[in-house]
Design a protein around this ligand. Sequence first.
Ligand code: 5GP
Length: 190
Amino acid sequence: MRLLEERIKKDGVIKGNDILKVDSFLNHQIDPFLADEMGKEFFRLFKDENVDKILTIEASGIAVAILTAKYFGKPLVFAKKSRTSNLSNEVWTAKAFSFTHNVENTVMVSKQYLGKGERVLLIDDFLANGCALRALRDIVLQAGGIPVGAGIVIEKAFQPGGDELRKEGLRIESLARISAMSEENGVEFC
Ligand code: 5GP
């Protein structure tokens, strides 16, 4: 998505060789017009999938996911993060190692909000090693739902998550795919 690539070039800040900070328009301050364009694009890409529900993970996925959900006219559910393992029967849980915070989170979704046979579109802001997306997919599978695909805002294609999950059969559509980045040379797109 051209608009997003231009914004990343203009406002993205690279830390080291593998962290891209987009706090000025996506992860802290949010540009609602850009988020709306992204929601519209995810709708265009997945409109034939008979989506029943959108699922993301708190917190940074929520803004884009809610606008995506608006275009589909379907509810958004977000997985909650907790550091303790919650073994209650009332929640679906999966473990996800956090790339940015370096901790293992247990992510949870109430059984009330994800059910058998539901066709679920996964949305997240970044795809790196694939832990967050894998956790979302696993929660849908536990619930007996169908993960119809994943819409990712920024995929760091030089990290293995995207390739691995595609090989496992998940359809992934990323609005920007970064092939390489460094503080010296900036961002290169695929
Ligand atoms: P993964 O689980 O695929 O390794 O990483 C994806 C999750 O880590 C995303 O939900 C996102 O919050 C965070 N993340 C991974 N890489 C980056 C990055 O370069 N910048 C930011 N801001 N977040 C990232």
